[in-house]
Design a binder for this molecule. Structure first.
Ligand code: FAD
Length: 462
């Protein structure tokens, strides 16, 4: 007999409640990760997240080995694989950390039911969000749809988020491990062409890398965070998003490390401002999960139903291609889309500008942009990506006003005044003769006016 720990979006050994409970249970521990792209409703991973997942599993395998175990890799329908594993190992317990998307919850519920019916102690834990969506309700007992009161009600709770659980030092493996796939056989890495060549230099994937990113943030970035986070040429943000996406670090660890850092620095007003702002961005992640939980179709259905009849233009393949390749002739948009190609990441300010350009200047349905980011971002997240695209479109909960159209030229002047970010990704873009920099594919003013006309179909524009 043994205890099975099924890891999913929680590829870490520290502050992992399911793993900690399994070790506590006292029986040999089997740790499994399942690549499931076949169960109903599960969205297949994008290319960039697959790249991340590969490296994250390498790092996790190493961690698990150091604890005395082995990470078992399986591919296929989770329910079938878990059933088979329970039988094969004669497990008495099955533990996992909770997920919040609807197809995942349905799948987990059915597996839990099956396990319990078979006499297995099946148990799930809170690990990847600070505040579980069903615990944050308005005075009218409804889910929050506005960020500020949502976050206020979270941070004003009488008890703060629980302390992180320390990393285990060892556990007992079973006498015989179940068979595992070879990670390479999953083909998660791109080959022809290998578009992820430069990712290796940019990212330190895995649990250790996640904690190094957090340390780096405290060492050299947090003191500029509140002001600097809008300037894409600066490295002022934490770049923790892909680590959080795969749960290589938990929000509990980040929350308490930030609190501790604040205390260590003497709680000065400057540190407090920056730390509060940083935690509130983590709050946007919580808010996005709150939305995903209550509105499971966040990635495909307009939160604001008025958008269901919005006259999106045709997604002209050449125009869409120019946006995807970073060849729109609009420097800030192109720099962002090229950052995305080169690193699998894009600065938040530029994400907003590039998304607004697609939705408003090109009048292309936000879902097409969401799908592109899903495929190309290393941090592509089922909650944050969908919520953010709807936010930019104006169709979302607590969204940007739809009639506000970002002007990429003014945004560049304001947030990249020396052109450093543009230079980083476009080179000598100011000299078309040298670099062949393209003419703008559209006229910004004309398309802005066209968007405002289209928005009139939604009703009153203030
Ligand atoms: P920091 O500024 O250091 O913030 C710390 C953490 O807070 C982030 O790692 C992230 O987990 C969370 N966070 C910050 N801003 C947001 C936000 N607006 N919404 C939700 N969580 C946030 N973020 C993703 O994690 N995955 C996505 O797929 C994603 N898609 C986006 C698509 C668009 C169109 C836009 C405008 C934003 C998107 N974001 C997404 C939000 C945001 O851009 C990134 O979280 C942020 O840029 C990550 O960089 P960072 O880790 O340095 O952030």
């Amino acid at each position: 007999t043994c205890t099975i720990v099924w890891l999913r979006d929680d590829l870490r050994v520290a502050d992992n409640p399911a793993l900690a409970a399994a070790i506590e249970h006292g029986e040999p521990v089997v740790v499994v990760y399942i690549l499931d792209e076949v169960s109903p409703g599960i969205r297949p991973l994008g290319g960039a997240t697959k790249w991340w997942l590969h490296h994250s599993l390498v790092a996790l395998s190493d961690k698990v080995r150091r604890l005395g175990g082995e990470l078992i890799l399986k591919q296929g329908a989770s329910a079938d694989i878990i059933r088979e594993l329970l039988r094969e190992t004669n497990a008495s317990a099955l533990y996992w950390n909770r997920r919040y998307g609807k197809p995942e919850r349905d799948l987990d519920a059915s597996i839990k039911e099956y396990a319990k019916a078979s006499g297995v102690d099946a148990h799930s834990f809170q690990a990847n969000v600070l505040f579980e969506p069903w615990t944050v309700r308005t005075g009218n007992d409804t889910p929050y749809t506005v960020f500020t009161p949502f976050w206020k009600s979270c941070v004003n709770r009488p008890t703060p988020p629980r302390l992180p659980i320390p990393a285990p030092t060892e556990f007992i493996p079973p006498a015989t491990q179940p068979a595992s796939d070879e990670l390479d056989s999953w083909n998660l890495l791109p080959t022809s062409p290998n578009w992820a060549l430069a990712f290796d230099h940019r990212w330190n994937v895995g649990e250790n890398g996640a904690h190094q990113a957090l340390e780096r943030f405290f060492d050299s970035r947090i003191t500029r965070y509140a002001k600097g986070r809008d300037f894409p040429s600066e490295y002022s943000t934490s770049e923790l998003s892909p680590h959080l996406r795969w749960g290589e670090i938990s929000p509990f660890q980040i929350w308490h490390a930030t609190d501790e850092f604040r205390r260590k620095m003497g709680n000065t007003p400057e540190i407090t401002t920056n730390a509060t702002k940083f935690l509130s961005e983590l709050g946007w992640r919580e808010f996005s999960y709150n939305l995903l939980y209550h509105w499971p179709e966040l990635a495909t259905v307009n939160f604001d139903a008025r958008f269901d009849h919005f006259p999106w233009g045709p997604a002209d393949p050449d125009i869409l291609d120019a946006w995807q390749q970073g060849r729109t002739g609009i420097p800030l948009v192109d720099a962002g889309m090229r950052e995305l190609w080169q690193t699998g990441y894009m600065h938040n300010r530029v994400r907003m500008v590039a998304a607004s350009f697609l939705i408003k200047n090109l009048l292309i349905d936000w879902r097409i942009g969401e799908a592109w980011f899903w495929d190309t971002l290393v941090d592509a997240d089922p909650a944050s990506n969908a919520a953010s695209w709807q936010w930019v479109a104006g169709s979302g909960a607590d969204a940007a006003p739809y009639f506000r159209v970002f002007n990429p030229k003014l945004q560049a002047e304001k947030f990249d005044p020396k052109g450093e970010y543009l230079h980083r990704y476009l080179g000598d873009y100011e000299h078309p003769m040298l670099s062949g920099y393209p003419e703008p594919i559209i006229d910004l003013l004309e398309t802005r006016n066209r968007a405002l006309e289209a928005f009139k179909t939604l009703g009153d524009i203030p």
